[in-house]
Design a binder for this molecule. Sequence first.
Ligand SMILES: NC(=O)c1ccc[n+]([C@@H]2O[C@H](COP(=O)([O-])OP(=O)(O)OC[C@H]3O[C@@H](n4cnc5c(N)ncnc54)[C@H](OP(=O)(O)O)[C@@H]3O)[C@@H](O)[C@H]2O)c1
Length: 242
Amino acid sequence: MRLGFIGTGVIASAVVRGLAGQGHEIRVSARSKARSSQLEAEIPEVQVTGLQEILDQSEVVFLGVMAEAAEAILTDLHFRLDQKVVSFMAGASLDRVSTLVAPAKAAAVMMPFPGIAQGGSAIMALGDEALLNQIFGTRNTVFTLETAAELEAYLCAQAVLSPVARLTADAAEWLGKRVADPAKGEAFLRLLISSNLAVSNSDDLIEALNTPGGFNQRLRLYMEKAGIGEDLARGLDRLEEG
Ligand SMILES: NC(=O)c1ccc[n+]([C@@H]2O[C@H](COP(=O)([O-])OP(=O)(O)OC[C@H]3O[C@@H](n4cnc5c(N)ncnc54)[C@H](OP(=O)(O)O)[C@@H]3O)[C@@H](O)[C@H]2O)c1
């Protein structure tokens, strides 16, 4: 497909890397020069072009700019009626994107994560499921949501990723002070957590790790008693309140 990216920031760059080697023709915008030049140098099917050329040459256009900046960036550009637009912008609804890209079709709002660069990533999205699966489905899993309210709730709940990374980093630091190779310890913990959660739902995993008096049970109960569950629920409520 002919794919275009307006905004070549952190997340758009990860998406482009994840699309490499699949026969697409990919155009990216020049801003974030270090990133766009690197993508062009690294991936044969990527070229850096002007914003209007991206629109003129692409069947599907991805918006990887900040929602607050989108209107000013897009205002002088001309989208086509037969074009599909997929937005990565948190805080811009599908209706808002439709207004920004008329007469093109706002096909989907999609929230990728940096891991999409390597594939095997979870993508949450609202909109054209078939299109997103066609572009991303072979390497990733697209979770298509029913309503804007669901997307908002997923946006809040996905924020658990950073606290999980914090817990992992803290446990790795603790471990690193006690072993010869701290990096090996950190790699072990990351694989332990990701591989177990990849194949089991959370409740089943907790149950499987619930050996009475076992280390996993003891640490979980200690942290639950300290209020980790209530803290998480309160934090998520705060995100929901805005
Ligand atoms: N990071 C994530 O994990 C993540 C996940 C899901 C969704 N998102 C969404 O993705 C969007 C981008 O986030 P990000 O983290 O990738 O931010 P970012 O790295 O700051 O990317 C924003 C990009 O917009 C570019 N830009 C600004 N003005 C421009 C213009 N006039 N013309 C062309 N490009 C312009 C910036 O270029 P300069 O660097 O030159 O200013 C930069 O490349 C946001 O809407 C965010 O909500 C991010």
